[in-house]
Design a protein around this ligand. Structure first.
Ligand code: ZN
Ligand code: MN
Length: 258
């Protein structure tokens, strides 16, 4: 068998050995299946969350649990909305229960250091709730030594990195960075075969009203589904961002668990 930090690559006894004997941190990537414009794949969020979890696990001697590929509902003002083909969402309660169940299962087999690595903006509060409920239910069952770290891998970006990448332009914010320069550059670096730079259209940025509508109005979002343009993204920008985020996740894990 190959040397791997991925749970799915390990035999049961090797996995068991790592969490029981080595007390390895178990990282759970959570993403989404969601449109990302014409130039990025539907799997962008879970692919990037899994990439970050793998790199961080390699740094800290962790194990990456099989990823949760589906995520909470794409919101029109942060993810382009639920209406475009392929954006396949979970209800909030489903995501909470799914993540909670997996966390408790990981703990049942001995994991005590857990990390939820989020790659999809809209998951945020549902993952908080899943972690909270998992810890509470474990405490009721007498397990009080399990700890869960939860973070969006891009939680923090150094101002100088943004300055380099958005030289002369305005950073739209993480909520509008959907199919934009950050995600496009990171995918160019991590999954170059999954990016088609020739398909980024010339579109005006959306101007959202300060409220939401249910059902959503698809016309709020540009035809491509992107909320900011990925034009001008390069592999080098991707390297800068990805290595910074790998470091951010790795040092966060080391700080809390070592
Ligand atoms: Zn995304
Ligand atoms: Mn997303």
């Amino acid at each position: 068998m190959i040397a791997s930090v991925m749970m799915s690559d390990l035999s049961w006894d090797e996995y068991q050995r790592r969490i029981a004997d080595e007390d390895a941190i178990v990282l759970l990537p959570v993403g989404a299946v969601e449109q990302h414009g014409y130039h990025l794949p539907l799997g962008t969020d879970w692919m990037m969350a899994t990439y970050m979890a793998r790199r961080a696990a390699e740094n800290v001697g962790g194990v990456v649990a099989a990823p949760i590929t589906y995520g909470y509902r794409s919101q029109i003002r942060t993810g382009g909305g639920p209406h475009r083909g392929g954006t396949t969402n979970l209800d909030g309660l489903t995501l909470i229960n799914l993540v909670k169940d997996v966390l408790k299962e990981l703990v049942r087999h001995g994991a005590r250091k857990l990390a939820v690595i989020d790659g999809h903006f809209e998951n945020r509060f549902y993952l908080d709730e899943a972690c909270f409920l998992a810890v509470r239910e474990l405490e009721y069952a007498g397990i009080t030594d399990a700890k869960i770290l939860k973070m969006i891998y891009a939680e923090d970006i150094k101002p100088e990195t943004l300055e380099t990448i958005y030289a002369g332009k305005t950073y739209p914010g993480l909520d509008l960075e959907h199919g934009g320069i950050l995600e496009t550059a990171m995918m160019l670096y991590c999954h170059p075969d999954h990016v088609d730079m020739s398909k980024i259209p010339d579109e005006d940025l959306p101007k959202f009203p300060p409220y939401d509508l249910f059902p959503v109005d698809p016309d709020w979002v540009p035809a491509s589904g992107g909320l900011s343009s990925g034009k001008g993204s390069t592999v080098e920008m991707g390297r800068l961002l990805v290595e910074e985020f790998v470091d951010l996740v790795s040092t966060s894990l080391s700080k809390e668990f070592r």
